[in-house]
Design a protein around this ligand. Structure first.
Ligand code: C2E
Ligand code: CA
Ligand code: CA
Length: 609
């Protein structure tokens, strides 16, 4: 778990408020100047307040260049200075001490412990200094001439600082501990969601992620899926305990033979997947023979004499191919192997899948489609979980080719990436969505937010910011009505770079949503360091609502944490009433999914009303 301190956690969240304090500060200072001018208070304070008003004004212009700590220190320094000046004039009858107290409240709320204690110490020194001043320099400060009064006020002031610090720190520590505990549980539940509890092996989801991380662009390998033929028989003859031991034992054998670069996963109750990182068929077959000999000869479990048999499907994975697709091919080979009804090992073959469209053809057609702008956009609404009103729509691209028919964006978006056309496509998309915006608002009769999926390459493109800024001006849209959906995969690889880009996007006023949250295994504590506005809980989690207690618990915890981080939580892929009701119960803010609406073309949207 990532340990954090209260300050780094809180500062990001309050920065906006401090941005507002600067201009408000100058207005308040000038208003005070005016009030003092009309009162009997010495006129020198009119001058002080005018100066302070100017300081705040200047600061509100250079705001962006100041760190949040500096802003806080300024906000502490000004009432302190004013406090001292008022005290020097009016003694205990003035607002001097109150202003010093206000400075200390700000310090203890927003600064680190050491800094706020220093501020308290400085305040005490100032107090003593004022006492000295009243004795030595000026004989009389109104109402401050009694030593007993000084002593009482000193004790009260010190006591005040002590109580303030004790109370606020205990609240701060309590909050921090709570957040940490919650985050810890989220991390643990993440683990449970990604690893098989019995064998501690990564599950299917995690396996694919690991491969994506591990496979380099020039080296492929083989994906092999092992299915235990007779686990159900073992189950019926013996009991669950024995079959659990069988599974653990199989895992041990695999782990013993497995090299560091091979990846093992338990993908279902009786299936294991293995990644062997060689593209050479002979080397691969040799490895498989080694595995087979071990399983044939070395298998022994007390009370169980039956030999374990596997059906195996496998296929070669080319470094640049899609893991999902290779996995699918290996599964297909396994399905075929199972029909052979004996211990068999079957490679994937194209004939196994009658309609496998060739990559080359798609690439060719896709380039043409981009030239001729054959893409359309469907919009799917996100609704407010409580009121069920549409709050925003997500733009989803659609492409129907004359030869290939309709091709899913999950298929063509990665190919566009491979063709280096992501930026061109992304710009076209942004332009179309902005063009549609007015019609969308008319349809829903209110100013909606519109969400656009931004591919990693496009986000990292140096022209991205300029382009989107240009488009927003051209179509006269408010940036706060535009949500940019980005995926977490990109964060892990380019955290610092992405973090900077996000800051720039946010400073333009756009909103950022983290898409497919949970589909990768990244720490929540890490992700919220980015200044994002929204988390979209991945469909793969929503699917398991009411079926998997751990997932239910995790979603509930994410929603609870979102309150601390002021994040909007959207659940996507909501298909049933039961899922919706559970999400509502968890306190999820927005819902997206077929249960409420499918993606539709903008025209259909209009006709329906
Ligand atoms: P995504 O951003 O996670 O979008 C949600 C996907 O889930 C959409 O698939 C949507 O049709 C589908 N969906 C929505 N509700 C449900 C539901 O209740 N059940 C099920 N089973 N599915 C639901 P789609 O349109 O096929 O898009 C797939 C992915 O392709 C998107 O996932 C997004 O990552 C990407 N994509 C789509 N359009 C674009 C685009 O214009 N630009 C970029 N960069 N990516 C896009
Ligand atoms: Ca999305
Ligand atoms: Ca998504």
């Amino acid at each position: 778990m990532i340990r954090k301190d209260y300050n780094s956690m809180i500062l990001k969240r309050i920065e906006k408020n401090f941005d507002r304090i600067m201009p408000i500060g100058s207005i308040v200072a000038w208003a005070s100047a005016l009030t003092i001018y009309k009162s009997t208070i010495p006129q020198i304070f009119v001058f002080y307040n005018i100066i302070i008003g100017f300081i705040f004004l200047v600061l509100s212009f250079v705001n962006k260049r100041l760190t949040i700590e500096t802003k806080i220190l300024v906000t502490i320094a000004i009432p302190s200075i004013m406090g001292v000046l008022s005290f020097m004039d009016g003694g205990f009858g003035s607002a001097g001490l109150t202003l010093l107290m206000i400075s200390n409240v700000i310090a203890v709320m927003y600064l680190s412990k050491s800094r706020s204690i220093s501020i308290a110490a400085i305040s005490i020194v100032i107090f003593i200094g004022l006492f000295g001043y009243s004795k030595l320099v000026v004989i009389h400060i109104a109402g401050s001439d009694s030593d007993t009064l000084w002593l009482i006020q000193f004790l009260v002031f010190t006591l005040y600082l002590f109580i303030l610090h004790t109370v606020v720190y205990s609240i701060r520590d309590y909050l921090l501990k709570n957040i940490e505990e919650l985050e810890d549980s989220v991390e643990k539940t993440f683990y449970l969601a990604y690893y098989d509890q019995l064998t501690s092996l990564p599950n299917q989801h995690r396996f694919k992620l690991l491969l994506r991380e591990q496979i380099t662009s020039d080296r492929g390998g083989f994906i092999v899926i092992f299915s235990i033929i007779n686990l159900s028989i073992i189950n019926s003859i013996y009991n669950d305990e024995i079959s659990d031991r069988v599974l653990v034992h199989i895992t041990e054998i695999f782990n013993k033979i497995k090299s560091n670069t091979e990846v093992l996963s338990k993908i279902s109750g009786d299936e294991f997947a293995l990644w062997i990182d060689t593209e050479d068929l002979t080397t691969f077959k040799n490895r498989m023979t080694i595995y087979k000999t071990y399983f044939d000869e070395k298998f022994y479990i007390p009370k169980m004499t039956k030999k374990i048999e596997f059906t195996v499907g496998y296929t070669k994975h080319h470094a640049k191919a899609d893991i999902e697709e290779t996995f699918h091919k290996a599964k297909l080979a396994l399905t075929y192997a199972k029909t052979l009804q004996s211990e068999s090992m079957v490679p994937y073959d194209e004939t196994l899948e009658a309609v496998l469209r060739s990559d080359e053809l798609i690439k060719e057609r896709l380039s043409l489609a981009l030239q001729n702008d054959e893409f359309t956009i469907y919009y799917q609404s996100k609704i407010d979980a409580i009121t069920r009103e549409v709050v925003s729509v997500e733009a989803l691209s659609r492409w129907t080719d004359d030869i290939l028919g309709s091709v899913s964006p999950s298929r063509f978006i990665p190919i566009l990436e491979e063709l280096n056309k992501s930026v061109e496509f992304g710009e076209l998309l942004i332009n179309k969505v902005f063009r549609d915006y007015e019609i969308l608002c008319e349809k829903y009769q209110k100013p909606l937010s519109v969400a656009i999926n931004i591919s990693p390459t496009h986000l990292l493109d140096t022209d991205f910011l300029d382009y989107i800024r240009h488009e927003i001006i051209q179509f006269d849209l408010l940036p706060r009505n535009v949500i940019l959906e980005i995926t977490e995969g990109i964060m892990i690889e380019n955290f610092n770079e992405v973090s900077k880009i996000i800051e720039s996007i946010k400073s333009l006023g756009f909103k950022i949503s983290l898409d497919d949250f949970g589909s990768g295994y990244s720490s929540l504590a890490y992700l919220v360091k980015l200044n994002i506005d929204e988390l979209k809980i991945d469909k793969s989690f929503v699917e398991q609502i009411n079926k998997n207690d751990k997932i239910d618990k995790m979603i509930e915890m994410i929603v609870t944490l979102s309150e601390y981080y002021k994040l909007n939580i959207v659940a996507e892929g909501v298909e049933t009433k039961e899922q919706y009701e559970k999400l509502l119960e968890f306190g999820c803010h927005e819902i997206q999914g077929f249960y409420f609406s499918k993606p539709e073309p903008i025209i259909a949207n209009i006709i329906k009303t």
